[in-house]
Write a protein that binds this ligand. Structure first.
Ligand code: SF4
Ligand code: SF4
Length: 109
């Protein structure tokens, strides 16, 4: 059985609003496009850009830095099919100083 995640997301939406790149893994654009009722081509044209590493697509950001898939302050339009990068934060990956911006509860404390 998979271990329960240590950090429990509080859906504050902060990680969807700070500037950065939401990288898509192979096959994710098809899954997200189907969820939105779009063809993969339409989804890519409307919502994606080339990741700076030039080896993947990422979801486009708005001028204020937030993700194009964010609805209001903390609702992800594609929550059931969100990219693995989003689903993995902060348990599978994080970065120095992430605790200052993430409101997840630490179940180990
Ligand atoms: S895809 Fe959804 S979970 Fe990921 S950054 Fe965008 S709004 Fe947030
Ligand atoms: S910043 Fe942390 S608590 Fe807030 S939505 Fe992202 S993962 Fe969840």
């Amino acid at each position: 059985m998979e271990a329960a995640p240590r950090y429990l997301c509080q859906r504050c939406g902060n990680c969807c609003r700070w500037p950065g790149f939401v990288r898509l893994e192979r096959g994710e654009e098809e899954r997200i496009a189907a969820f939105l009722g779009l063809t993969p081509e339409a989804f890519v044209n409307e919502f994606c850009e080339l990741h700076p590493n030039r080896q993947a697509l990422s979801i486009r950001s708005r001028p204020n830095g937030e993700c194009e898939m964010l609805d209001g302050r903390n609702v992800c339009r594609i929550q059931p099919v969100k990219p693995r990068q989003c689903a993995g934060f902060p348990n599978a990956w994080n970065f120095p100083g992430w605790r200052e911006v993430c409101e997840a509860i630490d179940t180990a404390r």
